[in-house]
Write a protein that binds this ligand. Structure first.
Ligand code: GTP
Length: 316
């Protein structure tokens, strides 16, 4: 264990130091309470053994300060030449866990060190478990926002993101673009190539969409089934046109064979686009509905194309 040993008596310090070193412990040495607090901060020991009566700052005050700064409980043992029941109560109340009488009886110290070692082992296990738990929690938080098949954002994240961006763009009077994309004749693809190959196709489409939209404010999400959504903030109409066209062509360029499509011999995408500056009272579903209506138009007018919504949001 790493032991912080604090005693103003040089002789007591030396005796304890050599004894604890013989037991295989690593030592950090201090001479008063103020040093104890500083050394504690610097070295994060597994155990503090501290004289109770010291100059500059007495043991009880140092223990109180240590308890204020740490968030993991480190055992503190007070050393004292004579202590009453009241002293013990006050010491424990200040933050100590045990007392050792001076002069130190080696057998007692050795037994107490064994007990402290057990506590230190349990404590480090507990710290590790807490860390693992926090990491797992962080991982879970991310997982709930990710689509299991494609690894991109899922509908749940998209809804949250869109709500946030609608409010933000409304405040900053920036345009918000929602692009809805749908794989053409995907049912026929699935029926002909099988569901697993259908899954692979969706993964490739998701990857390809990710290569088109690259700014940090852009989001590519799986809207559901074979539908994807891309969102962008503050992009000029002309650039939106170019990006939407890239989205369509990047999927076609994947050249995934589609023997059952009536419009091409490869997998294609229909794309519906809606761009506007959100007004007061605009909801996320206003954007989704208009982009979806534009997508419907793209399907109706032959698929494998981009359709821009001519609609604008009503004034609030
Ligand atoms: N392989 C696979 N298929 C899926 C998944 N989610 C939805 N689908 C399939 O996607 C197909 C969508 O079919 P439809 O909604 O009829 O659309 P479509 O055949 O693409 O027709 P159009 O959109 O009009 O071109 C259905 O057969 C669904 O079973 C998935 O995660 N994996």
């Amino acid at each position: 264990m790493k032991v912080l040993l604090v005693d103003d008596s040089l002789v007591d310090r030396m005796i304890l130091e050599s004894f604890l070193q013989d037991l295989g412990h690593e030592l950090v040495i201090g001479e008063n309470g103020a040093q104890a607090v500083e050394l504690y901060k610097e070295h994060s020991p597994d155990l503090v053994i501290m004289d109770e009566v010291m100059p500059v700052m007495k043991g009880q005050d140092a223990a109180r300060k240590i308890r204020e700064i740490e968030d993991n409980w480190t055992p503190i043992i007070f050393l004292s030449a004579c202590f009453s029941a009241e002293d013990i109560a006050a010491g424990i109340e200040a933050g100590a866990d045990d007392y050792l009488a001076k002069p130190i009886d080696h057998k007692t110290l050795s037994a107490k060190m064994m007990a402290m070692q057990r506590i230190a082992t349990m404590r480090s296990k507990l710290i590790q478990i807490t860390r693992d738990y926090e990491e797992a929690n962080e991982h879970l938080k991310k997982l709930v926002d990710i689509d299991g098949l494609t690894g991109i954002a899922n509908r749940r994240y998209l809804d949250r993101y869109l709500a946030h961006e609608v409010a933000r763009c409304q405040r900053s009077a920036q345009s918000l673009t929602v692009i809805m994309c749908d794989v053409d004749h995907f049912k026929a693809y699935n029926d002909f190539y099988g569901h697993l190959q259908g899954d692979d196709c969706l993964k490739s489409v998701a990857n390809a969409l990710g290569t088109v939209s690259r700014r940090t404010t852009d989001l590519v999400a799986r809207y559901g089934g074979e539908e994807f959504a891309v969102m962008m903030v503050g992009v000029e109409q002309e650039d939106v046109r170019a990006i939407a066209e890239s989205i369509r062509s990047v999927v076609m360029d994947l050249a995934i064979p589609h023997a059952k499509s009536s419009i091409a011999d490869v997998v294609t995408l229909s794309v519906g686009v809606f761009v506007d500056v959100p007004k007061i009272g605009t909801t996320p579903s206003d954007f989704l509905k208009r982009a979806d209506a534009a997508l419907y138009q793209a399907k109706q007018s032959g698929r494998n194309r981009v359709h821009f919504s001519e609609d604008f949001l009503p004034e609030g």
